[in-house]
Write a protein that binds this ligand. Sequence first.
Ligand SMILES: [Zn+2]
Length: 142
Amino acid sequence: MAKSKYIMHQCAYCHKQAKMELVGGMQNEGDAEPPQKVWYRCTRCKHSALLDAVTVQKEKNGSVVKIERSECMEYSKEKAYSVGQAIYHAELDDVGKVIKKDKMSNGIHSITVSFEKLGERKLIENVRLEPTPELAVSQSSL
Ligand SMILES: [Zn+2]
């Protein structure tokens, strides 16, 4: 169950991929929250860096932190999205992440998406005349 103490990470001091040693984490004990920040020390220059645990995880799994098209939900104004969700906008041909949700004064829901190429765009979501019992879907597995 022991995890590797070492990761490969772009060291801010060496300016190259360096082997980093785990020196300590800032974890919330017994909490459902995942650990947020972890200290790593570069084995080349001995500088310590406080890294985002999520970033580390991503760098371990893949190489570049990038939104994969296959992970994206295709954007459609009838659908509802959540913050952090990756979406693909077919018309704009760009992928992005939902960074904010809003409800406009006219009752229309909107999301702000940070697109890889286009930057921030505001899109409408959850457009429907009547609310449909979408929440019931998650209970169907019972
Ligand atoms: Zn270094």
